[in-house]
Design a protein around this ligand. Structure first.
Ligand code: TRP
Length: 445
């Protein structure tokens, strides 16, 4: 089975060389691997949380789309779209909001950081905090869950958001009794370069220390490279390559041999001016062909719009049927159909008795046995890991479970002499009958 990889790019800025090395290049590379099923999208609804300048949002969407395409993203191979072209995303976001504990959102780092700053300043804790910022992780969960992504490559600052997406998915699956959503795994690529900026701190727009990727052409790139901070060693003096960010930047774009040669030259006394020229030449050879494509694309926004519209159509082919299922599941149904009437046709089969696994807030794993009509028949004990829960679940399903009614009105299914799952009920005999029927129908499947 293919692994679906999905990631979003917030459209507030212009991509720089650090974005290219840290996100664009690894993503484009991964998307060309055999078996890759990649979804890349522009998180332009997320952009509205941070930015109320319409021109900047509009410009950034165009630049980011053109950059990714110029960097080699093949829209026929991957699904490349804009978040705001998928109405199912905000629709799902609302459904998820309705099952998400506010307390969970209170713990989000970004929100907490704003509150802490406000408290430190002595103003209202929620000063300047919008509902968009507060609910940011729910929208992100909708982005991910709508497409049942398996792997989500993100920066470390996003790990908590992925954990929240898993929590929200589990809660929804549990409440509505079926595994509608795949639980996404975060993927942090450790060998991906975090590029230092001109001053040696992480390359970032907010530090104003970036090297532009395409904007401003080769001139702007060169000018930035010339501003890289170095130590004061003169030409002829050996340089400490390992501790110079100039070398770190070079290495991020070079083969092992090229990097070793550059390092040797520095250690043998190459002047910083010459080193900067060498870095520029090296980067320019790599960037120039992409920049040409970028300039071409930027001159033809209608073509980019077409590509994105086609991407949205591709994405919605998956989103629309899932959303239809979810609306049905939560009770937003066509009222002209008789309330309990089964839907005609092949869907039927999915409606038998079933086991449903879920995760407790304390982190333990449990499962329930549900009857065909959704009635809860048994609730398992807590298991430390999903494997152990899975083993018990499978044994209950496949082995003749030892069913007993206790005197206190509980019924339980025993495995190896201890209760694997139980339930407090009013009429034990009738309930045991239902459990037997459910287990028998599962055995038939
Ligand atoms: N929050 C992410 C960031 O700032 C962007 C994003 C939005 C995203 N939705 C997503 C990333 C879904 C991965 C999956 O980097």
């Amino acid at each position: 089975m293919n692994t679906r990889v999905l990631t979003g790019i917030t459209t507030t800025g212009t991509p720089h060389l650090g974005n290219y090395a840290g996100a664009i290049r690894p993503a484009v590379r991964a998307s060309t691997q055999p078996g890759a099923d990649a979804f890349f999208f522009m998180a332009d609804y997320h952009a509205l949380i941070k930015c109320d300048d319409p021109a900047r949002v509009a410009r950034s969407r165009l630049e980011i789309a053109a950059t990714w395409l110029a960097a080699g993203l093949d829209p026929d191979r991957v699904t490349f779209y804009r978040q705001s072209d998928i109405p199912e995303i905000p629709e799902l976001c609302w459904m998820l909001s309705c099952v998400t504990a506010k307390g969970l959102m209170n713990r989000a780092h970004a929100y907490k950081a704003s509150v802490d700053q406000n408290v430190a300043k002595g103003v209202d804790p929620d000063d300047g905090v919008t509902m968009g910022l507060f609910s940011y992780p729910v929208l992100m969960a909708a982005d991910i869950l709508l497409f049942n992504a398996n792997k989500v490559p993100v920066g470390r600052d996003q790990i908590q958001h992925l954990e929240m997406a898993r929590d929200i998915a589990q809660r929804f699956n549990h409440l509505y009794g079926r595994d509608f959503f795949t639980l996404p795994d975060v993927s942090i690529e450790d060998d991906v370069a975090t590029l230092p900026g001109l001053d040696g701190r992480k390359m970032s727009k907010s530090y104003n220390n970036t090297i532009p990727l395409f904007e401003g052409g080769s001139k702007a790139m060169r000018a930035a490279i010339m501003r890289i901070v170095t130590d004061s060693r003169e030409p002829g003096e050996p340089k400490d390559a390992e501790n110079s960010h100039l070398y770190t930047i070079y290495r991020a774009f070079a083969s092992a041999e090229q990097a070793a040669a550059f390092r040797r030259q520095l250690e043998e006394g190459m002047g910083w001016g010459d080193a900067k020229n060498a870095l520029y030449e090296h980067l320019e050879a790599l960037v120039a062909p992409m920049r040409d494509r970028y300039v071409e694309l930027m001159a033809d926004p209608a073509r980019i719009e077409d590509i994105l519209q086609a991407g949205a159509a591709k994405a919605r082919k998956l989103a629309t049927p899932l959303m239809r299922e979810l609306r049905e599941a939560v009770g937003l149904r066509n009222i002209s159909a008789a309330p309990a009437a089964p839907r005609a046709g092949k869907k039927e089969k999915a409606k038998g008795a079933r086991f449903v696994s879920f995760r407790e807030t304390d982190g333990s794993f449990r499962f329930r046995l549900l009857a065909a009509d959704g009635e809860e028949l048994l609730l398992s004990g807590r298991h430390a890991d999903p494997k152990a829960a899975g083993v018990a679940l499978r044994r209950l399903q496949t082995e003749a479970a030892d069913l007993r009614a206790g005197e206190d009105g509980t019924v339980a299914a025993y495995l190896d002499g201890s209760a694997a799952a139980s339930m407090a009920v009013a009429d034990a005999e009738a309930h045991l009958e239902k459990i037997r029927a459910a287990l028998a129908s599962l055995a038939e499947e």
